[in-house]
Design a protein around this ligand. Structure first.
Ligand code: NDP
Length: 289
């Protein structure tokens, strides 16, 4: 058996095009242009690429994008001051602080300081709490993208066993929350570095999501025949990008699989655009009430 390849580039392009149409309609109705402000601290090369892409796709979707580039020596107080200014700026609807931040800055303190209505990454405790309660206003971008990719293969995933590898705040944990929500209705197992007999668990997965940051970690013998495999990992090996899944071998066993690159990655930005539009819609509506 050879898996069908889930084309994240095409699915993300469709989502971006849907957002673009919604932006056009929103601007025509309200005269307000959704505006995302991105803050980049330091010169991490990967972060610079991510930020450039966010800017490019934001503009292509008809939104305004502003990037604040700060030096690697920026202090926590200076960054907090900028976040506060953006929180108070009426024409800024979304704020994204690109991670990772330099070591002198407490990441959590910065994420906590972003006003939750503008937190388009959905990392603020308020937004995490809403997600836990199944009433999120912003869905976390990467996990939401994974769920859209899964549903592109199989719309009804109710009752399936989903195994999530990784329990980070950015991917693993929110991914699990989306999968157990009503409407998705999966049975979810979350694994991490202390999990015992990992392969015994992954072999039971109808849906396997790998988000651990270890190149080619998931091998074919860890995968149930016919599973849907979503590879979130982005690892650089010999200047090449590879995922957390041993792609060629697993593709022989799975029903569907995401490639790296071209799988989950493009979905993250598409969902960021969707959240930025949502932020502009909510704030505009609140101001007009
Ligand atoms: P983290 O490093 O924050 O978390 C990794 C998780 O994997 C941890 O929960 C860790 O367990 C677990 N883990 C590590 N080793 C093992 C192991 N041997 N067995 C089981 N679990 C293990 O990473 P992120 O969640 O931020 O990112 C994961 C990957 O996804 C990275 O490659 C990252 O680059 C990529 N990524 C891709 C995105 C995209 O848009 N495509 C967006 C975000 C991330 P423990 O908690 O016990 O330490």
């Amino acid at each position: 058996m050879s898996a069908s390849i889930i084309d994240g580039r095409a699915i993300a392009a469709q989502l971006r095009s849907d957002v673009q149409q919604d932006v056009e309609r929103f601007v025509a109705e309200t005269g307000v242009t959704p505006h995302l402000s991105v803050v980049l601290v330091g010169e991490n090369p990967a972060s610079q690429v991510y930020v450039r892409n966010k800017e490019k796709f934001c503009v292509a979707a008809g939104m305004k994008s502003t990037v604040h580039r700060l030096s690697a020596e920026t202090t926590q107080d200076e960054l907090l001051q900028l976040v506060n200014e953006l929180n108070n700026a009426e024409d800024v609807h979304g704020i994204l602080v690109q991670l990772p931040l330099p070591s002198q800055i407490d990441e959590q303190a910065i994420l906590d300081a972003i006003c939750s209505e503008k937190d388009v990454d959905a990392f603020h405790p308020h937004n995490v709490g809403l997600l836990v309660q199944g009433r999120s206003r912003f869905e976390p971008c990467t996990p939401a993208g994974c769920l859209q990719l899964i549903r592109s293969v199989r719309e009804d995933i109710s009752g399936l066993h989903a195994v999530v590898l990784g329990r980070s705040e950015i991917v693993g944990k929110p991914m699990s929350l989306l999968l157990i929500q009503r409407g998705a209705d999966c049975t979810v197992t979350i694994c991490h570095s202390r999990t015992k007999d990992l392969a015994e668990i992954t072999k039971q997965a109808d849906i396997l999501i790998a988000a651990i940051g270890k190149p080619n970690f998931v091998t074919a013998d860890m995968v149930k025949p016919g599973a849907i495999v979503i590879d979130v990992g982005i690892n650089r090996v010999d200047k090449k990008l590879v995922g957390d899944v041993d792609y060629d071998a697993v593709a022989e066993k799975a029903d569907a699989i995401t490639p790296v690159p071209g799988g989950v990655g493009p979905m993250t930005i598409a969902n960021l655009l969707r959240n930025s539009l949502r932020a502009a819609q909510m704030q505009t509506q609140a101001r007009r009430q």
